[in-house]
Design a protein around this ligand. Sequence first.
Ligand code: TRH
Length: 356
Amino acid sequence: MRWDIFCQIVDNYGDAGVCWRLARSLSSLHGQEIRIFCDDLPTLNLLASGVDPVIKQKIDLQPWEASFSNARHPVQTPDVIIEAFGCELPERYLTGVFIAPIKPIIINLEYLSAEPWITDFHAKASPQSHGIPKYFFFPGFQDEVGGILVDPVPPEGISVANKIPYDLQGAWSKLRSDTKRISIFCYPGAPLSKWLEDLGSLGENIDVLLTHGHAELLNLYGEKPIQLPANLQLISMPFVSQDEFDWVLSQCDFNIVRGEDSFVRAQLAGKPFIWHIYPQEDRAHEVKLAAFLDLYLEMANQELRLATIAAMTWAMPSEWFHMLDTWNTHSQAWRTQLIKNQGDGGLAARLLRFVA
Ligand code: TRH
C-alpha cells in the first residue's frame, strides 16, 4: 500500500523521530511505499542521515508544502494517511483526497501511553463530516493496543565498542576504562547541576555523556561553569543520527531520556534509565509516568520499586544509586518481556494489520 505520513515538528525532535522510525519499519520490514511530508525537513534528514542508504532511498521525504494539491499539480492519493500526533492535514491536500475515486483511510497516530484507558479508545472510529474514514491508533504496552516501535532491536548488553560511529569517535576517545557511563538527554527543567554534584559526591569514577545542547544547559562554557569533582567527567556529544543515538544508549550503563522515542529505546537497550517525561501544565505527565511505573515495576521487589520511583522523580543519586546492579537485572528482564510482547512486530505490524 501507499502511505502518506504527515509530521509537524512542534518544538522537539520526537515527532520526526517517531515518524521516521515508523516509516522505515513500514518500508524496510513490510515493503510499504512511504512518503513523509514534514514541516522541518532538515531535522528529519538529520535524524535519518545515519541509516543504510538502501533503506533511506526507498522513503520519500518531502517538505510539507509538496503535499498541496491543485489543478496543475494533483498529488497522488495514497491508501493510508497518518496524522502523526493529531497534526492537522493541509486543506489543499485534503481537496485532492475528497475528489479521489478511491478514498484512503486516515489514522490519527496518538501519543504512547501506558494508561489503562487507552484500551477503550484504541482503533475507534472518529466520524468526520467529510466522510473519509478516520480512526484513532494508540501506541502502548498492552496486547490490546497499538504496540511500540521496536525496530531496529538493539543487540543485548554493552558490546566491545569496536565499531564506534564516526561522529562519536571524538567523544569516545575521552572515555576512561573501567568507568561507568551515563548519557543525558532531558528537558531544561531537570535539576541537572544538583543531580551531577550529588552523583560526583559518591566518589565513583563516572563518565557523563551529554547530548547536543546539554553543555549549554549546564552553562559549561559560561562564566560560572558547574564545578564537579575529578571522578566525574563530562563529555559533550554532537547531534547524531537516530541510529547513532540508539547506539549510545546501548553503550551506557544508565541513560536519562525524555520524549517517547528515546524512552522506548532506553527500555530496549535493557539498561536502567530516568524517563524525564515531557512536562504538561495540567500535570497529566505525572499520571502517565505513574501508569508506566505500575507496569514497569510489577515484578520488582519493594526496595527496587522505591529506588526506581525515587530516581524517576529526580531524587538525588545518593538515595538510589546503590540499587543500580539490581535495577540493571530488572531492566534486562523488562527488555526481554517487552520484545516478547511485541513479538507480533509491534506498532508497525499492528498498524498494517489494522489497516488491512
Ligand atoms: O525530542 P523529544 O523531546 O520529543 C518529544 C516527544 O515526542 C514528546 O512525546 C512530545 O510531546 C514532545 O516532543 C513535543 O524526545 P524523543 O521523543 O525522545 O525524540 C528524540 C528523537 O531524537 C529520538 O528519535 C532520538 C533522536 N535523537 C537523535 O537522533 N540524535 C541525537 O543526538 C539526539 C539527542 C536525539
